[in-house]
Design a protein around this ligand. Structure first.
Ligand code: AGP
Length: 610
């Protein structure tokens, strides 16, 4: 994971780098550092912990300069301490490097360089890069040749930015596998792992392709390919606004993003469902003939996006009658799936940069399958590597725990399923119109749920010391149970497990004591009575019951210790509402326990390692 930035221009480099790094902190926050080149000398500052720690170090030990590179780390090779923090330098401190990715052959390179007399200080894979460049310089190469030769020696996935003390006007870079962009402002240039890092100073950007490398000056970008040929590069306007990147008065991004869901849904519905009830999906990946022929769908995704895929499977099977499998990307890519011509692969990802999901796409393409992705970043690797992509339109999601991207995934999967069902003549116009009328009411229903957030805030106080939670749901809300448990454990560090209600008696019920609260997701629908039986079973074992139920259901209220209503809606739409109280529960319990919900320990927003 990790985030990298580079800046060259008229402003004080330390403040520009700090803003950029703060915007990239979602990519990792184990340690942070900067290198600044001033009057031919490299100045390095790095610190363990979050950007704030680096900021206070820079206050005590300021750096001056107009060009520099910075890094925020999610540790892979070597403990999260100051020594392993980036930037890394060669022993003469002539070259400084920040890197995102993994150099897989670092061990061999390190030993080869050590035999040449190089002394290593950190345990990181990254440190081989400045040493390789320095060795090439020692061998009499120019800096351009040294960078190029170094890239040729590296295997793995990387993007890096590099300063050389003999080059006061250029920052070098390379990308192979990990994202990297160039940003252009007025008389200033940027490098970054993601566009938000350069907003609002850069107005235009270019996304590097794998295999590209080169350098930036304050006014220019020079890009080359693996054959060392210059690559033409069209800059595109940056659409992200600075206002999308702040907390908007909320205490945390996660809370802001939870509350953004009704407005987001309204925007999506307006865009996707025309006034005439016609669905707007120009990005369908395959002709109508292909969609009619379609015999199998495979969904590949990870984490919360995998849970969305589980609900998506039900939507797709119901409306398209195409057998649909859902696979974890990390399993799909290694299991050599049997798949032939009329199969389509659907990749779901908020970031569009999840390494396992990218690998799943390559696996699908190697089998000549078409890939349609559902992504929240239209410029991401997943969007670009797929045959077509559907933009989730959730807007930037910064909190590490995914919230609004999940409901954006659900609504898009539902609408896409009815769209394909329509092409296949499986869903009639009337059925669709009836469904869309209810879909149009969803934003208001969401608002209704969120208006009662304070109820859950109060409950959270009772769970400050709780050690274990269980979440139960069936059918449409089995994925909701898994999602509720994931949200709680990732940000509050309370152990939580989600189960299909019917499976609970086959073992997990042994976990139940009067100290284990059980969240029962039990809206009205076909399996409602079965959920009631689950509630009875856990109540009999003295567990505290937290239920999510349909407004007006007195039976459930009387059986529960804590009960939260959602508005009456079709069962298939209920996952878009039942998840909201669970997002709030995770958030408020985390805050109550003094955890930092936007930056949970050991996690990063974009999981770009395999
Ligand atoms: C969600 O709260 C998680 N942080 C995580 O499970 C995430 O959903 C997963 O890493 C997949 O990410 P993606 O959607 O960006 O591919």
């Amino acid at each position: 994971m990790c985030g990298i930035v580079g800046y060259i221009g008229p402003k004080s480099v330390d403040s520009v780098l700090l803003v950029g790094l703060t915007r990239l902190e979602y990519r990792g926050y184990d340690s942070a550092g900067v290198a600044v080149l001033d009057k031919g000398e490299l100045h390095i500052r790095k610190e363990k912990g979050k950007i704030k720690a680096l900021e206070s170090m820079l206050r005590d030990h300021p750096v001056e300069g107009r060009m520099g590179i910075g890094h925020t780390r999610w540790a892979t090779h070597g403990e999260a301490n100051r020594t392993n923090a980036h930037p890394h330098v060669d022993e003469k401190k002539r070259i400084a490097v920040v890197h995102n990715g993994i150099i897989e052959n670092h061990y061999e390179l390190r030993h080869e360089l050590m035999r040449e007399g190089h002394v290593f200080h950190s345990e990181t894979d990254t440190e081989v890069i400045p040493h390789l460049v320095e060795q090439a310089l020692r061998d009499g190469k120019s800096i351009e040749d040294a960078v190029f030769d170094t890239i040729k020696r590296l295997t793995g996935r990387y993007s890096f930015a590099l300063l050389h003390d003999g080059d006061p006007d250029r920052i070098f870079f390379a990308r192979d596998g990990s994202p990297l962009i160039y940003g252009k402002g007025a008389g200033e240039s940027f490098l970054a792992s993601d566009v938000p890092a350069v907003v609002p100073l850069a107005r235009e950007h270019y996304i590097f392709e794998n295999g590209q490398w080169g350098w930036i000056t304050k006014d220019e970008l020079h890009v080359f390919n693996e054959e060392r040929e210059a690559v033409p590069h069209d800059l595109k306007k940056i659409e992200v606004k600075a206002a999308d990147l702040d907390k908007g008065g909320y205490e945390h991004f996660m809370l802001k993003e939870i509350f953004e869901q009704p407005g987001m849904l309204r925007r999506i519905i307006q865009h996707r469902i025309g006034d005439n009830g016609k669905l707007n999906f120009p990005e369908k990946a395959g002709s109508n003939d292909f969609l009619i022929r379609l015999s199998r769908l495979i969904i590949t995704s990870a984490g919360t996006s995998w849970h969305a895929g589980m609900v998506g499977k039900m939507y797709l099977e119901r409306f398209t009658k195409v057998a649909t499998e859902v696979d974890l990307s990390s399993e799909f890519r290694y299991r050599n799936p049997v798949a032939e011509g009329d199969t389509k692969v659907i990749a779901i990802s908020q970031s569009g940069e999840t390494a396992d999901t990218i690998a799943g796409i390559y696996e699908a393409k190697a089998k000549f399958l078409r890939v349609l992705s559902f992504v929240n970043n239209p410029e991401s690797t997943i969007a670009r590597e797929s045959d077509a992509f559907i933009n989730l339109m959730a807007g930037p999601e910064i909190g590490v725990a995914s919230t609004k991207a999940y409901t954006a995934q659900l609504i898009h999967l539902l609408l896409y399923a009815t769209f394909v069902g329509g092409i296949k003549w499986l869903t009639g116009k009337e059925e669709r119109q009836e469904l869309f009328e209810e879909v149009r009411r969803l934003p208001e229903m969401m608002e209704h749920v969120l208006e009662r957030a304070d109820v859950i805030k109060e409950w959270a106080k009772d769970f400050r010391e709780t050690k274990d939670f269980v979440f139960l749901g069936r059918s449409w809300n089995h994925p909701t149970a898994l999602e509720g448990a994931l949200k709680l454990k990732e940000i509050s560090y309370i152990h939580a497990s989600g189960y299909a209600g019917g499976e609970f008696k086959h073992g997990p019920i042994a976990l139940i004591t009067d100290e284990v609260p059980v969240v029962c997701i039990a809206p009205q629908g076909d399996i409602y009575e079965k959920m009631l039986s689950n509630i009875e079973e856990v109540r009999a074992r003295k567990a505290k019951i937290i239920s999510i139920y349909t407004e007006g259901d007195e039976k459930i209220q009387s059986m529960s210790d804590y009960a939260f209503p959602i508005p009456k809606c079709s069962e298939l739409l209920s996952p878009l509402l039942t998840v909201l109280p669970l997002q709030l529960l995770a958030y408020y319990v985390a805050v109550e326990r003094g955890c930092e919900p936007d930056q949970p320990r050991n996690l990063a927003k974009s999981v770009t390692v395999e």
